[in-house]
Design a protein around this ligand. Structure first.
Ligand SMILES: Nc1ncnc2c1ncn2[C@@H]1O[C@H](COP(=O)(O)OP(=O)(O)OP(=O)(O)O)[C@@H](O)[C@H]1O
Ligand SMILES: [Mg+2]
Length: 379
């Protein structure tokens, strides 16, 4: 049985239903990240687990006990918020030890536990400082210290990094993972940042509009997104999603340029109207006229580690990753040739993933390998 188990959990504010019957389990010691766009119900879910928000219906169990009617303080969990409001007039030690003071833990034990938490978080030298004398990252660590001293078996983090600058976020991401390895308490972190989600999670829960879209390891979810929503949400640059149809001969064609064949030998029946997903790294950018999708490079973004070509297609846009040495320039006419083995297909209406698209493609596959060998010469 899972350490945290959630059964048919619903939440309504007045007439508006926010969570639509969630079923979820968190295993003991795992690091789960709940990710989804703003307003999808992540904080509401976390606050319900912590006991800070009433449950409309359903059941939450922690450590084998139903906690629906258990006070927050007795649920064995500690929550770290985005706005970690420290008490400005208290020292770091005072802030970290405050929950223990509230719980009337004797002074000597309190001091001991504060020292241990400070040691774990690298705050030993700052115990006498006040919050305003700390950097953003140090303040965030104090907020985590306040959670650690309670020795919870379940950590709940609600966007704990979103107030930090980009560099500090990366650093704290790693620190939180280290902390988890050291304490091995079950941890649930909520974020709308997909990079944070991909890098931190043992297991990802992707939410959308108060429902769960997919649960899986980051690599599973990335490789086989269960819906067009997940496909478009995870991955930067985002997956290209294009309307496409399998014609009467069983050939896959993008609706915006039906004269070009993208793949043959499909596992999908003729007539299937779908949303085709192609990750930008799964497009080969070949000279114009080589099959695939005709496109003109509109803008090239240099992200340091990679360059992304944003291209204008006959009826839309698509992006593709360029090899570093590529001679492609803004304005160049190109062909975008998808890797047939890495196509994703989603039902046009429901957005749900369809069976695998391709049997490694006959003609399209050949066109692709020709194009790869004829790719642009180095600049
Ligand atoms: N007290 C409330 N009264 C009415 N509606 C609420 C209340 N709290 C939240 N909601 C609504 O419930 C939905 C989910 O809110 P929630 O705060 O859980 O979203 P979230 O996924 O955490 O978003 P964000 O990423 O912006 O923090 C939103 O549409 C929000 O407007
Ligand atoms: Mg929130």
């Amino acid at each position: 049985m899972s350490y945290v188990s959630i059964r048919d959990l619903r939440k309504s504010y007045g007439d508006v239903q926010t969570l639509h019957g969630l079923n979820l389990g968190f295993e003991e010691g795992e690091f789960v990240v709940i990710v989804g766009p703003s307003g999808c119900g992540k904080s509401t879910l976390l606050r319900m687990i912590a006991g800070l928000e009433d449950i409309t219906s359903g059941e939450i169990g922690i450590g084998g006990q139903v906690v629906n009617d258990v006070e927050p303080a007795n649920r064995g969990c500690a929550m770290v918020f985005q706005n970690y409001a420290l008490y400005p007039h208290m020292t770091v030690a005072g802030n970290i030890g405050y929950p223990l003071k509230l719980a009337r833990v004797p002074r000597a034990e309190r001091e001991q536990r504060v020292r241990e938490a400070a040691e774990i978080l690298g705050l030993t030298d700052y115990l006498d400082r006040r919050p305003k004398q700390l950097s953003g990252g140090q303040r965030q660590r104090v907020a985590m210290g306040r959670a650690i001293v309670r020795q919870p078996r379940l950590f709940l983090f609600d966007e704990p990094l979103s107030n930090l600058d980009a560099k500090m976020r990366v650093q704290m991401r790693i620190e939180i993972r280290r902390l988890h390895r050291r304490l091995s308490a079950t941890s649930v972190l909520v974020t709308h940042d997909q990079v944070e989600a991909m890098t931190m999670a043992d297991r990802l829960v992707v939410m959308n509009g108060g429902r769960i879209e997919q649960i899986g390891s980051p690599s599973e979810v990335y490789a086989r997104p269960a819906s067009a929503f997940v496909a478009g949400f995870l991955g930067a640059p985002a997956m290209n999603l294009l309307p496409a149809t399998v014609d009467r001969e069983g050939i896959l064609r993008a609706d915006m340029c039906p004269d070009r064949m993208l793949a043959g030998d499909l596992k999908l029946p003729s007539g299937t109207e779908l949303t085709l997903g192609v990750r930008p790294e799964d497009f080969t950018v070949a000279p114009a006229g080589r099959g695939g999708l005709p496109a003109q490079v509109d803008l090239i973004e240099d992200l340091g580690g990679m360059r992304v070509a944003h291209c204008q297609l006959p009826g839309g846009y698509a992006s593709a990753v360029l090899p570093r040495e590529s001679a492609v320039r803004e304005g160049t006419h190109v062909s975008l040739i998808p890797d047939v083995a890495r196509l994703h297909a989603f039902d046009r209406v429901s957005g749900q993933r369809l069976a695998e698209v391709a049997v490694a493609g006959a003609d399209a596959g050949r066109a692709e390998s020709d194009a790869r060998s004829e790719a642009f010469a180095p600049a």
